[in-house]
Ligand binder design. Structure first.
Ligand SMILES: Cc1ncc(COP(=O)(O)O)c(C=O)c1O
Length: 340
């Protein structure tokens, strides 16, 4: 129940949209359909950008690899944190598909710091070293924290001043926007981010991720990269229809708000319990917590959640768009009983 937002089901509005497009019958494949044209228009409207180009996919891993491949030559590299999903949890998809290298920097509460990234600039121009070309940050980070708008701009300014581009892994971008109480253009477009992996699956869609490019050069290569990597879905209208419903009436925001609120609620309830240590700031819909070993093992008999590190009794709790307060109340009661 608290394992991942991937464990949740699909929002009824998304199911309705899928059903609606199915009932319409046959349509042209490979994005030559009405739904895809419509969602491409909506993306430009939502992100308030004339140049935003949308490339739909079905997994976050493919979105990240396709986005980065549209920029990098094989001798170029991406700078990201050591805990970045592209570095730790994508089975080397980035390396396999781009032939490029990752230059990791240590994270601080999940975030990348400019001074650490800067150390890699020394190798620019050195023929013996890969050439840093892009910085990738995750928003929300893999440790559940959220970059502030200033922090994002600092990364972008640093990158652009040094002729690097910026990619945002936004598998949970909706949760970040809710956390910052800001719009998507404010966080992404006006911050001059070049490429965004825009997540939907974790926040109420059935399957749907996308690359949004704000960089014309990348946009030229992206359709070919996506096809070559096997992610130009023939019946793409079923992904497009989901995104349309997701963007309609700010469903994305409502879903993320519930997930974030529930994480905050759980955090507030347990933060002062004996033996409970919250490890990183709780900014969005997941957090990391140390609990006594006996508590973790008892809880694990009844609930699903990741035990990140058995040695240090570190666990991760994630809430979803459909998490209910009542579920948390029962969970909290169980934790309380075990820690007392
Ligand atoms: C930050 C982040 N990026 C990317 C992904 C990849 O998504 P997928 O599992 O759909 O490939 C995930 C999935 O957990 C993630 O947490």
């Amino acid at each position: 129940m608290f394992l991942s937002d991937n464990n949740s089901g699909v929002h009824p509005e998304i199911i309705k949209a899928l059903s609606f497009v199915n009932d319409k019958g046959h349509d042209f494949p490979y994005e030559n359909d009405y739904e895809t044209k419509e969602v491409e228009r909506k993306i430009r409207e939502v992100f308030q950008s004339d140049i935003a180009e949308l490339f739909l996919t079905t997994t976050g891993t493919s979105a990240n690899a396709i986005a980065l491949a549209s920029i990098l030559h094989s001798y170029e590299a991406v700078i990201c944190t050591d805990v970045a999903h592209i570095n730790t949890d994508e089975c080397g998809a980035f390396e396999k598909l781009t032939g490029s290298k990752i230059l990791p920097v240590r994270n601080k509460n999940g975030k990348l710091s400019i001074s650490d990234a800067e150390t890699y600039l020394k190798q620019l121009g050195d023929v013996h070293r890969v050439q840093p070309r892009i910085i990738s940050i995750s928003q929300v980070t893999e440790l559940g924290t959220v970059y502030s708008l200033d922090e994002i701009r600092e990364v972008v300014d640093f990158a652009h001043e040094n002729d690097l581009l910026v990619h945002v892994d936004g598998a949970r971008i909706a949760n970040a926007a809710v956390s910052l109480n800001c719009s998507l253009p404010k966080m992404i477009t006006y911050s001059c981010v070049d490429l965004l992996s825009f997540g939907g699956t974790k926040n109420g869609m059935m399957f749907g991720e996308a690359v949004i490019s704000f960089n014309k050069k990348a946009s030229k290569k992206l359709p070919f990269m996506r096809k070559q990597f096997g992610h130009l879905i023939s019946k793409m209208r079923f992904v497009s229809a989901q995104f349309s419903a997701y963007l309609e009436g700010d469903l994305w925001r409502q879903n993320a708000a519930n997930a974030n609120n529930m994480a905050k609620y759980l955090y507030e309830k347990i933060k002062n319990f004996k033996g409970v240590e919250i490890v990183y700031p709780v900014d969005a819909n997941m957090f990391f917590v140390r609990l006594p070993e006996s508590v973790i093992s008892e809880l694990a008999k009844k609930y699903n959640f990741y035990i990140i590190d058995k040695k240090t009794n570190l666990a991760r709790f994630v809430t979803s768009f459909d998490t209910q307060k009542e579920e948390i109340d029962v969970f909290v009661k169980d934790i309380k009983r075990l820690v007392d």
